[in-house]
Design a protein around this ligand. Structure first.
Ligand SMILES: [Zn+2]
Length: 276
């Protein structure tokens, strides 16, 4: 009886161990199981590549300009409501008057912010040259300039308004300053990319990987950021850029640097070994 029990326990343990090994194998298999589609390169020269990136960025830039114009339109409306130039029956009453220009300011903010995000996306797809630092900065941070244009005139109009009540002026200036700060922070490009950097990274990798929705490309198929992506695309880094993946993934970049450093030390060790 006792031996039977021991046998059962041993069998149970063996079963559990086997299940654990199988689960581990399945997890590993799951990790690296990608369907990879090869994508061919369209451009061969830097000019061709830049023509493609420009084309990729154009819809985003048009969207940004349209939204920024809308934002200025809402600002003008906010000013007209605040100054009571436009008057509807509801804007004559106090809550209605507040609501009219505050809603316009909120719409102004929404348009500026979305416009700036589209503008930055366009700049990452089709970066400007960093040779002229001033134009590079201005181009990347046009959203910051637009944020100022979308709220400063309103603030000045409110501050110089002699008819409005002090309380309304305080509310209006506070609201516009908060909106200006939010719009400014989203308009600024914290991580700009230059045309020189883009061209430098083009053609560096023969086999890089990217996903449909991602914004970067990966040097390693088993990069941890690709664990949850079933469908991968593979091609040269130039192709990845053509597909709108303009940067290498940070994790892959660090890993590539580490591996290059390791390879270097091996080479120097071999070189230093005296040959007899
Ligand atoms: Zn990666």
């Amino acid at each position: 009886m006792a031996t039977n029990k021991n046998n059962d326990a041993a069998q149970d343990a063996a079963k559990k161990a086997l299940a654990a090994v199988q689960a581990k194998k399945a997890a590993e298999k799951k990790k690296v199981e990608h369907t990879i589609t090869h994508v061919g390169q369209e451009s061969t020269s830097a000019e061709e590549l830049l023509a493609i990136t420009k084309k990729n960025a154009t819809p985003y830039r048009i969207g940004a300009v349209v939204l920024w114009l809308l934002a200025i339109g809402f600002e003008v409306l906010a000013i007209l409501f605040f100054k009571c130039v436009i008057q509807f029956s509801f804007t004559m009453e106090k809550p209605g008057w507040y609501a009219a220009w505050i809603i316009c300011l909120v719409l102004d903010l929404i348009c500026v912010v979305i416009g700036s995000l589209l503008w930055k996306k366009g700049n990452h797809l089709d970066p400007k040259s960093a040779k002229n630092k001033l134009t590079f900065w201005l181009h990347n941070n046009l959203g910051l300039v637009m944020a100022a244009l979308a709220f400063f005139p309103f603030i000045i109009v409110v501050l110089t308004d002699k008819n409005a009540q002090k309380q309304s002026k305080i509310v209006a200036v506070a609201a516009a300053v908060v909106a200006l700060i939010i719009a400014g922070l989203t308009g600024y490009d914290w991580n700009p990319i230059s045309q020189e950097e883009l061209l430098e990274s083009a053609g560096v990798g023969d086999h890089v990987y990217w996903t449909e929705s991602g914004t970067v490309y990966h040097a390693f198929e088993d990069c941890s950021h690709l664990n949850h992506s079933k469908e991968l695309f593979e091609g040269t880094s130039t192709t990845a850029i053509e597909q709108g993946k303009t940067r290498i993934c940070k994790t892959c970049e660090q890993r590539a640097e580490k591996e290059a450093a390791k390879a270097d030390t091996v080479v120097t060790e071999v070189e230093q070994t005296p040959v007899e």
